[in-house]
Design a binder for this molecule. Structure first.
Ligand SMILES: Nc1nc2c(ncn2[C@@H]2O[C@H](COP(=O)(O)OP(=O)(O)OP(=O)(O)O)[C@@H](O)[C@H]2O)c(=O)[nH]1
Ligand SMILES: [Mg+2]
Length: 502
């Protein structure tokens, strides 16, 4: 007959189950752990006769009971343990789990660092759920403070609208609250906030989004007052980033930013708390759930930070190899959605994702570019800039932005058809200053010339000694390529002993 044991996280056997020749029926388990997407805290190890691996009933039990892990140990000819067939659950979307089969190994070779394994697994399950502030289908009202009719306020609100849409929200209405200074407690006046809440209810919205960054205490006061989810622009940006990150590196950076942003907001009443809550393997005595959540978040942050340092170091190595080979680097920068990736694609005939939405690009990509006069450079596309990028996000993307400091040339792409061009050029200048990159060689490229009055575009481009292009149309890139080529020839002259020094 089959014999099984259910083992808890501490390694103690909780149940011993005797089945029949081909199956095992697990008794009803006490629900010992608060659920919230967490696992049961028990792993099942049981015997199988013959050479059979996990059966579909086994896998159903795994999923139904949310076991930590399941193993079937086959019985070898002499009666001893043969192969161990294992499986565990993995996240498969915000609300679904799938199972993953492990390669069968000889039973005495099973070697899983269990504590670490289960902490990582529960982290990744929790992450699927907790990470996102919004889900597509959410219906939102957007709120900004400022002066109606004031161009800056209008620009900010329009930008928030496109961010919200890019995050998958339906934007039902936008509201500007006339105010010079945000209210320290509620951002808006208390009365106005209640008014907006009622309006939101009437429109069947389920979310209010503030353009203004909410401090943890503001978020708390507001959610005490209105019974609806309230988030800010930063959370919308974080959600977009989480959705777009493709590489491991990008994902780590986004998760780090999310944790750092959410951590101070982990407070008693916050509904985000229940989403962050979960079972914990090594619970210290007397710790409240809140303390445990904070501790877990801290530990995870520490782990991810180490990881980003490792990535940084790796990138630095790649860069130094590159510079050892004297291949110059151009970094394409600029406000989001200005056409950076399109330009990279057209210049290098590649097919990096370019799309009409903020933050289409998150993960940098580098390509080689050979000029007609046989100069070769590396050209890198980066994440777009946006005004008021929260510090945590900036920090998380440092590894990507570090690259910029070693570029030989920053190619700033500007959307010349943008009615808010001055405001956005200023935002880019501010961000570069913040990164200590203001004095770097920079060439301004005025893109989307096809979309506006050509005289106006040319005047602007001339004012900044820039180049006018339409990145979609390779035929317009001649002057840009020439400028770049000239720049690198001059640089080579300066650098080589036969040049500058004579
Ligand atoms: N009309 C016109 N559209 C352009 C031009 N260059 C880019 N676009 C469009 O502008 C949108 C954004 O282009 P991307 O290349 O994704 O912009 P990006 O700067 O890489 O944006 P992020 O990566 O999201 O920051 C896309 O819909 C492009 O097709 C151009 O010269 N003319
Ligand atoms: Mg891009």
């Amino acid at each position: 007959m089959q014999i099984g044991v259910l083992v808890d996280r501490g390694g103690a056997v909780e149940y011993v189950i005797a089945g029949d020749a081909s199956s095992l029926s697990i008794p009803p388990l006490q629900r010992r752990r608060s659920h919230h997407g967490r696992l049961q805290g028990l792993r099942l190890i049981h015997t199988h006769f013959g050479d059979t691996g996990l059966s579909s009933e086994d896998l159903t039990d795994l999923a139904r009971l949310r076991l930590d892990l399941i193993y079937a140990v086959t019985v070898a000819d002499g009666g001893g343990p043969g192969l161990a067939h294992g499986a565990h659950l993995i996240p498969d979307g915000p609300d679904t789990l799938a199972w993953k089969l492990l390669d069968p190994v000889l039973t005495y070779r099973v070697d899983i660092p269990f504590e670490r394994f289960i902490a990582d697994l529960e982290d990744s399950i929790g992450r699927m759920r907790r990470g996102k502030a919004v889900s597509s289908g959410d219906r939102a009202i957007l709120v900004a403070i400022g002066q109606p009719g004031n161009p800056v306020t209008e620009i900010n609100l329009a930008e928030l609208t496109s961010l919200a849409q890019s995050a998958g929200l339906a934007v039902l209405d936008t509201i500007i609250q006339r105010r010079v200074q945000p209210d320290p407690r509620y951002v808006l006046g208390k009365g106005k906030l209640q008014e907006i809440y009622i309006k939101a209810l009437a429109m069947d919205a389920n979310l209010i989004v503030f353009d203004h960054e909410l401090s943890p205490s503001q978020a708390r006061s507001i959610s005490d007052l209105v019974d609806m989810r309230v988030i800010d622009r930063t959370q919308v940006i974080l959600d977009i980033f989480a959705k777009r990150a493709r590489t491991m590196e990008g994902k780590i950076q986004v998760e780090l930013a999310q944790l750092k942003y959410n951590m101070p907001r982990l407070v008693g009443k916050n509904p985000a708390l229940s989403r962050l809550a979960g079972g914990i393997g090594t619970k210290g005595p007397g710790e409240t759930k809140l303390e445990i959540d904070r501790r877990r978040a801290k530990e995870r942050i520490a782990r991810l930070e180490k990881e980003t340092q490792r990535i940084s170091a790796k990138r630095a190595l790649t860069r130094s190899r590159r510079s050892a080979r004297h291949i110059p680097v151009i970094s394409i920068i600029g406000y989001t959605n200005t056409g950076k990736s399109t330009l990279l694609n057209t210049l290098t005939k590649s097919r990096v994702l370019a799309a009409d939405m903020p933050f289409a690009t998150l993960d940098p990509s580098s390509k080689r570019l050979r000029f007609p006069r046989d100069i070769e450079v590396i050209i890198t596309d980066t994440v777009g800039f946006i005004r008021d990028l929260p510090d945590d996000l900036k920090a998380a993307f440092m590894a990507t932005l570090e690259e910029l400091s070693e570029a030989d040339l920053l190619l700033e792409v500007i959307d010349v058809s943008d009615p808010n061009i001055d405001y956005r050029m200023q935002a880019v200048d501010d961000i570069l200053a913040g990164l200590g990159l203001k004095d770097k060689n920079r060439l301004r490229v005025f893109n989307k010339a096809d979309r506006c009055e050509i005289e106006l575009a040319r005047a602007l481009s001339d004012r900044y000694h820039g180049v006018l292009i339409s990145a979609l149309d390779r035929a317009t890139l001649g002057p840009l390529i020439e400028r770049l080529e000239r720049f690198f020839m001059d640089e080579a002259e300066k650098g080589s002993p036969s040049g500058g020094k004579g």
